[in-house]
Write a protein that binds this ligand. Sequence first.
Ligand SMILES: [Zn+2]
Length: 1004
Amino acid sequence: MGKGFFISKTVVIVGGILAAGALATIIALSVVYSQEKAKNDSFQVLTTPEPPVTATGTPTGTPTGTATGTPTVTPTGTVTGTPTGTPTGTATGTATGTAAPSNKPWDKYRLPKSLVPDHYNVTLWPRLTPNETTGLYIFTGESSVEFECVEETDLILIHSNKLNYTIRENGQRAVLTSVNGEKAPSITKSWRRTETQYLVLELDGKLTKNSMYRLSTIFTGELADDLGGLYRSEYMENGVKKVVATTQMQPTDARKAFPCFDEPAMKAVFHITLLHDNGTMALSNGMEKSSTNITRDNQEVLQTVFEPTEKMSTYLLAFIVCDYDFLNNTIDDVLIRIFARKPAIAAGQGDYALNITGPILKFFEDYYNSSYPLPKSDQIALPDFNAGAMENWGLITYRETALLYDESFSSNSNKERIATIIGHELAHMWFGNLVTLRWWNDLWLNEGFASYVEYLGANNAEPLWNVTDLMVLADVHRAFGVDALATSHPLSSKEEDIQTPAQINELFDAISYSKGASVLRMLSDFLTEDVFKQGLQTYLDEFKYNNTVYRDLWDHLQRAVEKSDTVQLPNTTHNIMNTWVLQMGYPVVTINTTTGMISQQHFLLDPDSNVTTPSPYNYEWIVPIKWMKNGETQTPLWLTSKSATNESVKASDSDWVLANIDVVGYYRVNYDQGNWQRLLHTLSNNHELIPVINRAQIVDDAFNLARAKIIPTVLALDTTKYLINETEYMPWESALDNMDFFYLMFDRSEVYGPMQQYLKQQVTELFNHYTETTDNWASVPEGHMDQYNQVNALSLACRTGLPECLTVVKTKFNDWMEKDVPIHPNLRSVVYCNGIAAGDAKEWDFAWSKFKNTTIASEAEKLRSALACTTQPWLLNRYLEYTLDADMIRKQDATATIISIASNVIGQSLAWDFVRTRWSYIFNQYGGGSFSFSNLITGVTERFSTEFELVQLKQFKADNAEVGFGSGTLAIDQAIETTGSNIKWIAENKQNVLDWFNAEIKPQ
Ligand SMILES: [Zn+2]
């Protein structure tokens, strides 16, 4: 699945500024824009409406291996030290044991190994108008599956969720026949096990080993608007309501569309037929083979038959019926089509996606050295879609904002998202679809890989953007955040720890995506891209149409290393990568330039936190270190032990050392005090001597090391002083990300005023720079990153109350509201937010009506976020209520909207009250996939930093123990941990931070 909606770091700040009446008035200002760039994942949550399985039990991983080795730091190439441990157990912090209701096969979440599907024939008929008597939207279907019996059994278990079966001539819910002509056993009992989502068929005799059987069913399901399985999406077109039937199967909802062996390793060929009304089109993974008029149930319908699929997993299936239009072209015999609502296609909104898809496909064909495996590549934009996108093989589904581009409405960040998400999904066509991980515990490799190479694909389509650099902010820094908690978890989980749909869903998190991407980027760097590609290519070739475990990739990469003359590693690929994959967290590497000592320690944001998850490597890593001295690149080093000494890193009084060049390594870096001072000196005197990504790194590392009490907070603040001379985006963005934390901690305290004053001082130059170079904000800069930084300048200048900035945004908002003067799409989020914050119900209602009437999804998204910027509590409360009404806020956007409101300092407590008083309602109503519970909990509790809030949070956990938290279970514990460390942090830092800001403020 692709990345979902954007939520992670919206901060709405209330700043005191002087209003016209000379009274201090309150204006909420925001950096909603940063929310657009911040990527987050939204995922399906539970797949059952019933109360979820209460996860009980304790983490069961027992690490048995230990890494040993001789402490050394050596230049690349010299292999010393021999870590030999082969850990066989991985301890995962997330997986709680699964208490199956009984030991019966149907009470186990995993299928028995007795039956293996070969192919299915599936006919589905989704009705796009409600049933006249019940008022429900439904679908009907017929399915048969031919499977081989590989172990004798008298029981058939096949996944099925929320399907009602027609009782057949044998009095049962299914009919079993033998394919080879011999007699099949009779079904004696057929029933549904809702807890574990099976159709259970008990037989009067055993199925014969190596024989083939056919199981046929006829069934009905609800075409609900629950965003899971086969579901319904709606939109208005010229005043007429249109209904789309579409699917989201990953991870466990194919079973909600038809009965199937719904595990990724149960690959089969699918023969799909869809019945649909005249005037609609039907799409699926395969190419349409024929479309004929037939009569069924006294209705004239079209019957569209598709070419059989390749051998594939159920979670990659897609079935769609809609009244859409499309664009197409052909690249080397591959048909590329972009489908969307008719007006969107007519307005040219599919053009950009169409233009970049061909080149990105060609790029990946070359990268994988493997032709695109299918004859067509369809991509479709859906009005209601829970994730960002889904890589169904041959028919990729997207949120509209992730596929449709309109120059007059879409910002450069919208455009970047389209390019990267198309890159992500197309990368899966091979990695994930052609070769599939055996079970969900290895999800991180699938998603981490796609999240890494999506940047390579996008970079190929848009070479001027330097988009591969941006991965450091969007993924490496993001992963650093969560992975520094004691409640983090290793990338790799044990297969047996991941059983229930909720446990599977919980894996779709920042660790799997962003940490996965970060460690693969590091791996590709130290192997060199050529060797990495070589291993990848033989891996894909060996396992095509099949399944793997993550170690299979390491095997192929290691073989590629052994064939190479140039790459020499201190250990095998397996042993190096195991230290990054089998234990949670990452190290901070400390370089002492006085003694030459290099050491590592597990980096914990809260140094007092209690790490209860054991590690097979005792929280030590094999660390590749690229570094420079005085701006000159040096021979890379490997740290293969806890600490080691290397003469080359010693530095004299005038030398500065900088490590982790371009942040290719997944770790933070600390130095001795002298080297820190020399880096600060270089930043203030000639910052361009330090590579731009590392300027962003120095700021981010310093702030986080300070939070972990490794360096003083004032040293971190010192890294922001040079920004007065900085015009590059990445360092500014890094600083703003970290200041967001300061805002969250201090926007309700006396530190707030001096902090605002200081930041205003720092950003004024940048604001003036863009005032001059963009004709007083009438235009936008040329460069992609410059465009981002222009928005940062506007956002921060207004947030800190710079009067010239407030004039710019208020004028733009009023001209838009009163005279319909359009605002450049890049600047809209900031202008909308500030305009709404400065106004009252009139401005809010105006923006709301624009939101309801726009047919452009990216415009709706900007307005939806900005509506949370109001400072009026009653408007915020009313807006919160809208999130539970799908006619007001689409279900896919409910979580993000609540989080936006919580980011507003005034909305914070309102959103928290809303969530906790309605938890059980939200959980039961939206358990079916439309709420991302973990994002919701993380987002709503982000500002928590008082004892009172901690008590409330714990109470919330206790009060809802019965209802449960589903995919938000881990997020609750993380929120409690984070709140605790916030409380301590404020107690320890408030005074010195206040003093620092006061000392830095220049008299006005
Ligand atoms: Zn993905």
